[in-house]
Every structure is written in structure tokens, then in C-alpha cells.
Write a protein that binds this ligand. Structure first.
Ligand code: GDP
Length: 338
């Protein structure tokens, strides 16, 4: 079957602003594409919707596989749609995900109730081998969802690797889900992740697990006291939830809303978003420079021999890098003065 025809930038923009899920989905496919023609069109679309973005509450959700992320997102999402009339989008970042296989973070089948709601939009992680590429696509998807009127955006990631840092860099509030009684309470938990969290949430506080959950809360609360104060000025609370019993969800949402309100008053909310924008600027520069560098003909020609020389210890990595960078300089000046 031939791929569906691309829309024009104006058609994407009007479809997104009108809240069309089909056009939103196709626009996200466009920002995920690595084809240069698609990227140019995608940038035009994202730029055009930019004035309509920024009005949602962006919440990152992380935790190890099995902690209950999808069940939690389904339950909290349902609460938001039913009780608060929210329009929700669920995005995901998983650099290991592949089309048609691998990880399925954000997969619709993991959240069947939400997937059937017109007020919820669920999108699996973009495929890709580089975290930078996956994160860029997700960040742009987030902006497109905001332009389509989604007022709460969840960005989900697995609690392993660098992807939490990427999610933390695009959200207003970062929620870390944890299990009680999974061996040593703090084992396997990277300190860096706990430091990023704006709240900790112990899942599955039900079915006789309540006492263990309460004990874990005390342990985590005391562990958090050892950390330096969060830049938001807010002390991360430790919450207890059961997605299955539906308990603790209203408290989680109250914490997130109160955090947003308090940081909007203090100015930290806007400051964090500004810092994120600047981070993205510099990451975009680095990514673009890197891909231009490796695409340069002279670099491609010289690289294999220099790699061998470096591996054999005949040339230092620094000298090789300098030689290759000089090649791109020469090429740039050659094109500048034809
Ligand atoms: P994920 O891998 O982090 O997305 O975790 P899932 O949401 O798939 O949940 C992992 C397992 O924990 C599943 O068997 C769920 O049924 C179970 N689970 C999730 N939330 C709860 C909960 O609130 N209470 C109980 N008892 N089990 C839960």
C-alpha cells in the first residue's frame, strides 16, 4: 500500500488546531521522520503552531518495568478525564523501541480505557537508535499535542538509562514511581533519578501491601532529607497509591496542581521552561553539527583510515579529530568562496 500523501503545512496546522486526532497523529509521524523533506515540513508545522503551545501541564512519569506505570497512567488519566474534564495526551520515550517489536511504552493496548476516549491521545515512543533523535521527536510531539488542545501531557519513560534525564528536560513536574518491599528499599535506585523527582509515589499500596508501602514511605522520606534542597524550593512528597483500588490518585493530582500553582507564583515554573528551551537550543546545535560533520564527503573519505590509525595507537584521538574538523572547515570555506 502506498504511504498516505503528505498534507501541506497549512493543512497540518489547521487540522491540529481544529483538534483532529488523525491530523495530529500524522503530524507526529512527520516530526518522527528522518527524511530531510519531512523534517523541513515538520519544522514549518511546529513553528506555525508554536503560538498555540505552552498551556498544558507537562508531567514526566518514570519507574522500573513492573512498577505499574501503565496501570497508574490509565487510572490517573481516567480520574482526570472523568473528574476534571481534562484532555490528556500520553507520550513515551524509549530509545530502544523499534517499530513492530521491542519495547511498547505508551502502547494503546496497555491503557485500554484511555485509548477508547476521545479526550485522550496515546502515542507510543518513536522508534530510533539515538536518544537525542527520540527525545527531539517526543518534544515536538508534545508541542503538537498542546496546539491540539490537550491540557495535560504525560511523558512516560522506563526507569533505566539516560531517558529520564531527557524526559526531565521537557516536563514541569517529574514523578518517580516506586515499589515497596522490593528488597532493600533503596537498592537499584540511582541517586540522580531521586534528585530529579518532584514527588515519589509508591505504587500498589493495596491487598495487604499497605503496611510495607507505609514503611517504604518513611524510608524514602528520610532518604530525601539527605538530598540538597530542590531548585523549585518544594520538598518532594512521598505518596501512596493503588491504581487498582483507585486510592491516592486525587492526592497525586492535588500535589501536581499545587506544585504548578506555587512555582508559577514564585516564577520557578517559567524559569524551568526557559532553561529547558535554552537546553534544547544547545542540544539542537550539537546534534546538527554532528550530523553535518559526519555527512561531509571529505570526512567520510578520511575517517576509516584515521579510525584505524587511532585504534592502532599511531595517531592520538585528539590529532585525528582536529584533522577531520579542519577538513570540514576547508570544505565550508570552499563553498563560501566558489
Ligand atoms: P509497567 O511495566 O510499569 O507499565 O507496569 P504495569 O502497569 O504493566 O503493571 C505491572 C503489574 O503490576 C501488572 O501485573 C499489574 O496488574 C500490577 N499492578 C499495577 N498497578 C497495581 C496496583 O495498583 N495494585 C496491584 N495490586 N497491582 C498492580
Amino acid at each position: 500500500m502506498p504511504p498516505p500523501k503528505r498534507l501541506s503545512a497549512a493543512e497540518y496546522v489547521s487540522g491540529i488546531l481544529a483538534g483532529s486526532r488523525t491530523v495530529l497523529g500524522r503530524a507526529i509521524t512527520l516530526v518522527e521522520s528522518t527524511l530531510p523533506a519531512d523534517q523541513a515540513l515538520a519544522q514549518a508545522v511546529v513553528q506555525a503552531v508554536l503560538p498555540h503551545t505552552g498551556r498544558s501541564l507537562r508531567v514526566g512519569i518514570t519507574g522500573v518495568p513492573g512498577v505499574g506505570k501503565s496501570t497508574f497512567i490509565e487510572a490517573l488519566g481516567r480520574f482526570l478525564v472523568e473528574t476534571h474534564g481534562k484532555k490528556l495526551a500520553v507520550l513515551a520515550i524509549d530509545p530502544s523501541s523499534q517499530r513492530g517489536g521491542g519495547s511498547i511504552l505508551g502502547d494503546k493496548t496497555r491503557m485500554p480505557w484511555l485509548a477508547a476516549q476521545p479526550a485522550a491521545f496515546i502515542r507510543p515512543s518513536p522508534a530510533g537508535s539515538s536518544l537525542g533523535g527520540v527525545a527531539r521527536a517526543t518534544r515536538e510531539a508534545l508541542l503538537l499535542c498542546e496546539a491540539a488542545g490537550h491540557d495535560v501531557i504525560f511523558v512516560e519513560t522506563v526507569g533505566v538509562g539516560q531517558s529520564e534525564t531527557a524526559v526531565h528536560g521537557m516536563v514541569d513536574f517529574f514523578l518517580l514511581l516506586m515499589l515497596a518491599g522490593a528488597g532493600d528499599e533503596l537498592q537499584g535506585l540511582k541517586r540522580g533519578i531521586m534528585e530529579m523527582a518532584d514527588a515519589l509515589c509508591i505504587t500498589k499500596a493495596d491487598h495487604g501491601n499497605e503496611q510495607a508501602a507505609r514503611r517504604a514511605r518513611v524510608d524514602y522520606q528520610s532518604a530525601l532529607h539527605l538530598f540538597p534542597a530542590a531548585p523549585s524550593g518544594q520538598v518532594p512528597p512521598v505518596l501512596l497509591t493503588s491504581a487498582v483500588a483507585g486510592t491516592g490518585l486525587a492526592e497525586v493530582w492535588a500535589v501536581i496542581e499545587n506544585y504548578a500553582a506555587a512555582t508559577q507564583v514564585s516564577g520557578y515554573f517559567q524559569q524551568r521552561r526557559q532553561q529547558q528551551q535554552l537546553q534544547w537550543l544547545h542540544q539542537s546545535i550539537v546534534q546538527a553539527l554532528e550530523s553535518r560533520f559526519y555527512a561531509t564527503a571529505a570526512v567520510r573519505e578520511r575517517l576509516p583510515a584515521l579510525q584505524q590509525a587511532v585504534a592502532a595507537g599511531r595517531v592520538t584521538p585528539f590529532a585525528a579529530a582536529t584533522e577531520l574538523l579542519d577538513l570540514t572547515d576547508n570544505q565550508a570555506s570552499a563553498t563560501a568562496t566558489p
